[in-house]
Design a protein around this ligand. Structure first.
Ligand code: ADP
Ligand code: NA
Length: 347
């Protein structure tokens, strides 16, 4: 029996970017390294969540899932130490989601700021910009509204105790705990532990084009994010074009200098230097020089990952086996827990 159960997910909605890496994947690797004998770790490619975002394109979704798995493994996620699996291959995620939705007040969901932001963004999309509309979200979809419930199901299905996420997910994790607690109270049984949020030490990584928003796979503008598979030239172009300000020198002030502060965060996360150390090193530099250093650090850190990606791309059969094996093991745990849940409810 596992004393500690860690669950986290990532959407196969495109190539993962620096935000995903510094805000999630890098930490997933650390957690896996420090894992004890009695700990179980599950990392899920949450394809059901992806249905709220990407176009109805089966081939693209399949491709994104394989790409995501390859990149996770290239970043150091080790299938010998944790389960990597596709969410849709464990049908109890959807089933538990329905059960939880039957105890979720609509008011709890309408308070979710991530949904509100996405909804707002869609309304503001200007078709005159160079936008890849195939990445757009569907305005007002119920699935997009309800997805925190599915996320709660993902976590609670395994009776997870720990959930490592970026700070954009804090509110969803609160909802998950509220739902677990409500379920336990309604059915007078301690079925679900209240899962703890494990926040990454890194600050949220912001869009390079609009540093008031988070860097995201599902933002239409390609130049707003650096993907883990971007070439050095591409990375250099994107950082050069990143929005900063005309103030002289480098200083950290997320409120008044969001663009430059974001670059400092990226630099600090990769190098392990504190914000103060980075600022000290570059306080007399201009934006151009600092940007060059940021490019260097990103390129250096992504190179080994990209090499590994190229290798794994040639072993798709092996990657598929990892996913199948992960799903098989996840299903065993899910089945046991779901039977208990059904019994408690009377299903
Ligand atoms: P996206 O919003 O890019 O589609 P996901 O929803 O798949 O990302 O999130 C996967 C993980 O990456 C989550 O743990 C989330 O907290 C983290 N994450 C996503 N974007 C960022 C960001 N800009 N900065 C830090 N962490 C992020
Ligand atoms: Na997201």
């Amino acid at each position: 029996i596992h004393q500690k159960i860690t669950f986290s997910g990532i959407q196969p909605t495109g190539t993962p970017h620096l935000g995903n890496y510094l805000g999630a994947i890098k930490n997933w690797v650390t957690l896996q390294k420090n894992k004890s004998e009695t700990e179980l770790i599950l990392y899920s490619i949450v394809d059901l969540h992806a249905l709220t975002i990407i176009p109805r394109d089966a081939k693209l979704l399949q491709k994104s899932k394989i790409e995501m798995t390859i990149i996770l493994m290239a970043c150091g996620i080790d299938p010998k130490k944790c389960l990597i699996f596709e969410q849709s291959k464990v049908s109890a995620h959807s089933e538990l989601s329905w059960i939880l939705s039957c105890i979720t007040p609509i008011g709890w969901l309408s308070r979710m700021t991530q949904w509100k932001t996405k909804f707002q963004e869609q309304k503001n999309v200007k078709l005159t910009e160079n936008i890849d509309i195939t990445r757009g979200m569907d305005l007002g979809l119920f699935g997009l509204f309800a997805y925190p419930v599915l996320q709660a199901a993902d976590i609670l299905l395994y009776k997870s105790t720990h959930v490592p996420v970026g700070d954009d997910q804090i509110q969803h994790l609160e909802l998950t705990r509220d739902l677990a607690d409500k379920f336990n109270k309604l059915y007078k049984r301690n079925v679900f532990p209240l899962p703890q949020t494990i926040l990454v030490p890194a600050n949220r990584i912001l869009s390079l084009k609009d540093p008031l928003k988070k860097m995201s796979k599902s933002t239409p503008l390609e130049y707003s994010r650096i993907n883990l598979t971007d070439s050095p030239e591409n990375i250099s172009q994107k950082i050069k074009r990143a929005i900063t300000d005309s103030q002289e020198g480098i200083s950290y002030s997320p409120d008044t200098r969001p663009g430059i502060s974001n670059l400092i965060n990226i630099y600090s996360s990769f190098t392990g230097l504190t914000i103060e150390q980075v600022v000290n090193e570059y306080k007399n530099s201009d934006n151009k020089k600092f940007k060059e250093s940021v490019v260097d650090v990103i390129v250096q850190n992504l190179q080994p990952i990209q090499k590994e990606v190229e290798k794994l791309k040639k072993e798709e059969g092996y990657v598929n086996c990892i996913l199948e094996d992960g799903a098989k093991k996840a299903n065993e745990i899910a089945k046991r827990n779901f039977e208990e849940i059904c019994k408690v409810i009377g299903l």
